[in-house]
Design a binder for this molecule. Structure first.
Ligand SMILES: Cc1cc2nc3c(=O)[nH]c(=O)nc-3n(C[C@H](O)[C@H](O)[C@H](O)COP(=O)(O)OP(=O)(O)OC[C@H]3O[C@@H](n4cnc5c(N)ncnc54)[C@H](O)[C@@H]3O)c2cc1C
Length: 486
């Protein structure tokens, strides 16, 4: 029998923490507290307002330093939208809305058309595109047959050739209704799923679909999720399942007029207990049957609060340092790797900003670490005087990391070469991004070991690590944890 009056602590007021609270409420739990160390909710969904000139007038528009886009497959995010009453724009955009159009450019600035056979026609290009189309079809079929079960959230059982989780492959909110948010668990055995532990490049090779990496690389690597020679295929295919990948290709994406952060601001306002801001969890002790959480408020004073249960939505490798972590927790969490993703919003010299977003595919290889891979212009209607966000990765397994300052300078130089000289840089940041484990640790059953820890010491682990580092997978991970354990 669920004890809905249990006192529950949620660490983190990002998408994972706020969705955990929303799903707790849907299950009748109302005695929870969310602690957020910053003075805002939304975590890596951060959408500052910037003054821009439009039709001769000054006005404020939202820009993105973090999450930008969603797709039709964003079921859990849809539930958050419904709860908060704040909805996306797209996939068809009206004049004046932020849009998701994009181009491809060479690092010299020349506009490239890698997927349009008629532009710069050659037989080589045509045959390359035909090969790509054939392999896309093949991969789509393989995922529905050989890899059946790949498309549920999370990684439970995959290393053992099993699957268990909420199916992504249904319409609406993963089959959720107003009465029941948690109906759509699927379970099965499929030994082929073990292949998903391989690095994505290897997975494509053994399946004879190497060419498809040309499609997957832009929405994956440029958005900071790492390189295909290192990232387990499960992360690539669970995030960019074939439907979502095709939505990227066809530019059928979602975005939010006032920024993704507003999804979470609206949810937070509707929660019975909005997040307690500027309050960092600095220590966790879990003596027999209790959870003691030490919090530090903005006055710098520390206070201990007692709870029945704890939901951690923040990086687990950090948690192991401030909590009374068990040996098992320490060992497991020490295997977590994260990407170092850097970006800044910049203004450009007069009349010289990109007026559409763009991918620099040549820079999406480990040899070009620290170089700009993508730029995002949210407001095409502002033409060529609009700030844009520029992004780069700073790490790759087996290669020395690139310092933040070097990344910043390199991105400036890249943008100059492409023809978009930067005037002023704002909101520069490096983020802890896309936590995951190596292909070897994945194959060794890391996720099943994490599952075995769920509920031990009254502690539950949610957040990006559970499934993938995007809004949908983190919110769905909360749904899964609350659905199964509360
Ligand atoms: C540049 C960029 C682009 C992205 N693009 C997309 C995109 O287009 N689409 C998409 O779906 N996703 C995108 N993402 C990813 C998405 O933003 C994240 O996956 C999502 O925000 C993860 O949510 P979370 O709650 O797990 O973690 P976070 O968003 O990191 O939130 C964690 C929160 O916990 C707080 N916290 C940490 N430690 C403590 C502590 N000890 N005590 C109290 N509070 C603490 C943090 O301050 C933070 O607010 C992007 C991210 C970035 C950075």
């Amino acid at each position: 029998m669920a004890k809905t009056d249990e006192r529950i602590c949620i660490i983190g007021g990002g998408p994972a923490g706020l969705s955990a609270a929303m799903y707790l409420e849907k299950k009748g739990y109302t005695n929870y507290v969310i602690y957020e160390k910053l003075n805002k909710v939304g975590g890596k969904c951060w959408s500052p307002k910037i003054k821009v000139k439009h039709n001769g007038k000054e006005e404020e528009r939202s820009f993105e330093t973090g999450a930008i886009m969603g797709a039709i497959t964003y079921h859990a995010v849809s539930e958050m939208e419904e709860f908060g009453g704040y909805y996306h724009k797209g996939p068809d955009f009206k004049e004046g809305e932020p849009n998701m159009r994009r181009e491809f450019r060479k690092t010299t600035g020349e506009v490239d058309h890698p997927f349009e056979p008629k532009v710069n026609f050659s037989f080589k290009k045509l045959s390359g595109l035909l090969k790509l189309k054939k392999q896309m079809k093949k991969l789509n079929k393989l995922m529905q047959t050989k890899y059946v079960g790949y498309d549920c959230y999370g990684h439970l059982g995959v290393a053992k050739g099993e699957y268990y989780g909420i199916s992504k492959g249904v319409d609406g909110y993963c089959g959720a209704t107003k009465e029941n948010s948690f109906p759509n668990y699927i379970k099965g055995t499929n030994p082929n799923l073990k292949d998903l532990a391989l690095p994505f490049a290897e997975f494509c090779r053994i399946n004879g679909v190497e060419e498809v990496q040309r499609i997957w690389i832009a929405p994956f690597t440029s958005f900071g999720y790492g390189f295909f020679d290192e990232i387990p295929a499960a992360l690539v295919m669970k995030y960019l399942d074939v439907t979502t990948a095709l939505e990227f290709v066809n530019m059928k994406l979602w975005t939010w007029q006032d920024g993704t952060q507003q999804i979470y601001v609206h949810v937070n306002e509707k929660l019975q207990h909005p997040a307690v801001l500027e309050t960092e969890v600095v220590k966790v002790e879990r003596p027999e049957g209790k959870v003691l959480v030490t919090i530090k408020g903005k006055d710098g004073k520390e206070k201990v609060e007692q709870f029945d249960k704890l939901i951690v939505t923040t990086p687990l490798d950090y948690f192991a340092k401030y909590a009374d972590a068990s040996e098992e927790e320490k060992e497991l969490f020490s295997k977590i790797i994260h990407e170092r993703y850097c970006d800044y919003i910049a203004t450009f010299e007069e009349g010289k900003s990109p007026n559409i977003s763009g991918y620099l595919v040549e820079n999406m290889v480990p040899e070009r670490l620290g170089h700009a891979m993508v730029y995002y212009n949210r407001w095409q209607c502002l033409d060529r005087d609009c700030p844009a966000t520029v992004y780069a990765l700073a790490n790759h397994t087996g290669t020395p990391d690139v310092d933040f300052d070097v990344v910043m300078k390199t991105m400036d130089e890249d943008m100059q070469k492409v023809g978009f000289p930067i005037k002023e840089k704002m909101y520069a940041q490096e983020v802890y991004y896309c936590p995951h484990v190596s292909a070897k640790d994945y194959a060794d059953g890391w996720y099943d070991k994490l599952e075995a820890l769920q509920g031990k010491n009254n502690t539950y682990f949610a957040g990006e690590i559970i499934s993938f580092g995007d809004m949908e997978d983190t919110c769905a991970a909360s749904k899964d944890i609350i659905g199964r354990f509360f």
